[in-house]
Design a protein around this ligand. Structure first.
Ligand code: ADP
Ligand code: MG
Length: 292
């Protein structure tokens, strides 16, 4: 009966916009009790916009934005796209040399003869830059408002703050409600700061939040949950989710996500919508129910 049941499952899957990699993919679905959701691009749209630029003392707004955007030009990160798009009015961006991407933390490079660092406060602090009190306060305020705060600095200190944000997808809250109705525990997992993560979690009805997780640590979080006896489905879209998607008992990739995330997953959700994840889990369960 197995081949027919799977055929039905995959046919129905195609209708629902769920692509199933192979029969083995679904084996653990019945026991899944936890659904780990990546934040940016999965629960939220991942299309961020630049909402505010705060120059540090003595700096000019346009100069802060110009250097920041020049650096972010080399990155595909949603934060980077927002910064570049938000800098359309500051003129031609200067070239960058020695560009480096620091996964889950930010970017660095040489612009206009300065060594510029941009990203989470943790990155600047790790590299020995001082974060002045006024910028630290502005960052806290931005985060309290649910925005992701990114610092840019050179010559030993942070010199500006960029606040970016995206929006929760319209169906995310309903999807979380349906996951609970299926008896599943939703968990929000993100590299973003804890305040923003909690704000998004509250908006969609999730109370378990794991934030400020480096890309390399996401897989460890999934493994830890499994070590506690939980059977984990993970939904993600980013390069930084790939290892965790592969580690999960059931990996679900957003079809709008990166190729590596899709490659690492058991299921791909063609619709850019978290309700598709609920349909996929239901479908996987139903398909298994007919396989004896
Ligand atoms: P998520 O888990 O939500 O997909 P990431 O791990 O990709 O988040 O990034 C975590 C955090 O690292 C971001 O919220 C941002 O603060 C910082 N960051 C990463 N890359 C960049 C970048 N190119 N520019 C600015 N900030 C970045
Ligand atoms: Mg993501």
């Amino acid at each position: 009966a197995t081949p027919t049941a799977l055929l039905v499952g995959t046919g129905r899957g195609a209708q629902l916009g769920v692509l199933i990699k192979g029969p083995e993919a679904l084996e653990s679905t019945r026991r899944v009790d936890t659904v780990v959701l990546d934040k940016t691009g999965t629960v939220t749209t991942g299309r961020m916009s630049l909402l505010a630029v705060t120059p540090g003392g003595g700096e000019r707004r346009d100069e802060v934005l110009r250097l920041a955007a020049a650096l972010e030009n080399g990155s595909e990160h949603p934060v980077a796209r927002a910064v570049v798009a938000g800098a359309a009015d500051v003129g031609v961006l200067p070239p960058v040399t020695d560009f480096a991407n620091v996964a889950g933390l930010g970017v660095s490079g040489a612009v206009d003869g300065r060594q510029v660092l941009l990203g989470r406060a943790r990155l600047l602090e790790e590299r020995g830059l001082v974060v002045p009190d006024d910028l630290a306060r502005a960052a806290t305020d931005a985060e309290a408002a649910g925005r992701t705060a990114v610092l840019v600095g050179w010559d030993g200190q942070a010199r500006g703050l960029l606040a970016v944000a995206d929006q929760v997808k319209p169906t995310s809250r309903e999807a979380v409600r349906r996951l609970r109705a299926l008896g599943l525990r939703p968990v929000l997992l993100t590299g973003d700061n804890a305040t923003v993560a909690r704000a998004v979690a509250a908006e969609v009805g999730i109370d378990e939040v794991i934030a400020e997780v480096l890309p390399t640590e996401k897989v460890e979080v999934v493994a830890r949950l499994q070590g506690e006896g939980r059977v984990v489905a993970m939904v993600g879209d980013g390069v930084n989710d790939a290892a965790a998607l592969a580690q999960a008992d059931l990996g679900l990739a957003m079809g709008t996500g990166t190729d590596v995330a899709i490659e690492a997953s058991d299921l791909t959700l063609v619709r850019d919508d978290l309700l598709a994840a609920v349909d996929a889990i239901r479908l996987a369960r139903a398909t298994l129910g007919t396989i004896k």
